[in-house]
Ligand binder design. Structure first.
Ligand code: MV4
Length: 450
């Protein structure tokens, strides 16, 4: 078992990993930029190394500085968290070359799943349901027209190096295809340095339902059921829940089996997430596979009583998984609390938290790194806390979320607490009748003068 793990991340996920390391008796090393010198993960870790100035490119993305920190502290593994270098094949490779265990996917696996068209081809070989469309990357516009005709409009053009919606265009009729093809490729080239495109039949008003999987070094995988992540704004998840209000027992079994088949086919090691699009007829289609721990992992932990970070560490140390699958015994909802102003188009609101009161009580979990007096640096993403409520039923979990949001006090900056509070009263959310289109029509009501 590892003696010392360096966490190559910051914020709440760094705290999350440090906590499990402590519980497992593993020493932890925090790395921090000069902007994070006062951050909580620095204080909670057993050791801390400053790896550079505020800009991520000079610190949390600076591979040489992170490897140097691991060498000088004699860490035998690195946990990358999510974001930053968590799905960077080159970093995974460099860790391997330095004989530091990367608690994540191999460089080959990251590359294979990071190339969306090749990931899809792999899933077709594995027999995982995929959206009909092109066979891999489309070589030229002439083929694009032909494939769109064969697929049938509307179609979705997608960037193979993409993800999160960049370089993606919905095309409803042939006359719009050329503009979409050119603008999507330009956007993808600019964002990823690669303009390979593939095409799929457009799935209208889909739900985003993902399955958590864990694979071990013996080639076995299990699933831990689903998370419904359909409430998104500009491809940023805002809230997630499990079980999905759209799920049925047979659909869960089918999607779970497909996700395990995918993971075992590619001999996936570690915690991963297979993302699916689900249409209104409950047909599901492979979308992408993420080879990292996800922000929303706590809701799964809550309903199946399982520590996913612990499992990542055990699998990376070669410990086999039990092999059984896990099904939700409770209902859990996560609200991402961001330092953004929902009354001003969710614009960032960095600054000093002058007063903070965190909710608590039965069934309330908060994963956060902030504290009263903490100054949120403008350099990183705006998430300051994840508020998670868990109860026997969805109705009770929503009720608990409302109560917890009403208790949540953050002064000195604006946050998305008021947005989540209104969401919990929205009829389409409360009824569970929402898709990825939900946020397009959502309007914040002006604050009542209290
Ligand atoms: C789609 C789709 C409809 N049809 N593919 C968005 C980013 C990337 N994860 C894939 N996405 C989509 N792919 C087909 N064939 C609709 C989306 C989509 C979406 C998917 C999940 C969650 C939120 C979304 C918001 C807009 C579009």
């Amino acid at each position: 078992m590892f003696k010392k793990i360096l966490i190559a991340n910051r914020g709440e996920i760094a705290m999350r990993v440090i906590r499990t390391c402590k519980e497992m008796g593993i020493k932890s090393v925090a790395v921090y930029s000069t902007a994070d010198a006062e951050s909580l993960h620095v204080r909670f870790a057993d050791e801390a190394v400053c790896i550079g100035p505020a800009p991520s490119s000079e610190s949390y993305l600076k591979m040489s500085n992170i490897i140097a920190a691991a060498e000088i502290t004699n860490a035998d593994a690195i946990h990358p968290g999510y974001g930053f270098l968590s799905e960077n094949a080159k970093f995974s490779k460099i860790c391997e070359e330095h004989e530091i265990k990367f608690i994540g996917a191999s460089a080959e696996m990251i590359d294979r799943m990071g190339d969306k068209a090749s990931a899809k081809s792999t899933m077709i070989e594995a027999g995982v349901p995929c959206v009909p469309g092109s066979e891999g990357v489309i070589p030229d516009f002439k083929t694009c027209i032909k494939v769109a005709k064969e697929t049938g409009y509307p179609v979705m053009l997608k960037a193979s190096a993409g993800g999160g919606g960049k370089g993606m265009r919905a095309v409803w009729k042939e006359e719009d295809l050329q503009n979409a093809w050119e603008s999507a490729r330009q956007e993808s080239k600019a964002a990823f340095g690669n303009d390979d495109m593939y095409m799929e039949k457009l799935i209208e008003e889909p739900r985003h339902i993902e399955i958590q999987v864990v694979g071990d070094s013996n080639g076995r995988a299990c699933h831990l059921s689903e998370r419904d992540c359909s409430v998104q704004r500009r491809h940023q998840k805002l809230t997630e829940e499990t079980p999905s209000p759209f799920m049925t027992d047979e659909l869960r079994d089918e999607m779970g089996k497909a996700a395990v088949k995918a993971a075992e086919y590619i001999k996936y090691e570690g915690a991963g997430t297979v993302e699916f699009l689900v249409d209104k007829h409950r047909n599901f289609y492979f979308m992408e596979m993420n080879t990292r721990i996800q922000v929303e992992h706590p809701i799964t932990e809550q309903v199946v009583d399982y520590d996913l970070i612990r499992e990542q560490i055990l699998v990376a140390a070669g410990v086999p998984i039990s092999g059984k699958n896990y099904y939700p015994q409770l209902h859990s909802i996560e609200c991402r609390i961001n330092a953004e102003d929902p009354y001003k188009d969710f614009r960032p609101s960095p600054g000093k938290i002058t007063n903070l009161h965190l909710p608590g009580g039965h069934g309330v979990r908060i994963d956060t790194h902030v504290y009263s007096g903490y100054t949120i640096p403008p350099n990183y993403d705006s998430m300051i806390a994840k508020l998670i409520t868990t109860a026997q039923t969805r109705e009770e979990a929503i009720n608990k979320m409302k109560r917890a949001l009403d208790e949540f006090v953050v002064e000195g900056i604006k946050t998305t607490v008021p947005f989540h509070r209104q969401l919990m009263d929205h009829p389409d959310y409360v009824s569970g009748n929402y898709t990825t289109k939900f946020m397009e029509d959502f309007e914040m009501e002006e604050p009542k003068d209290d």
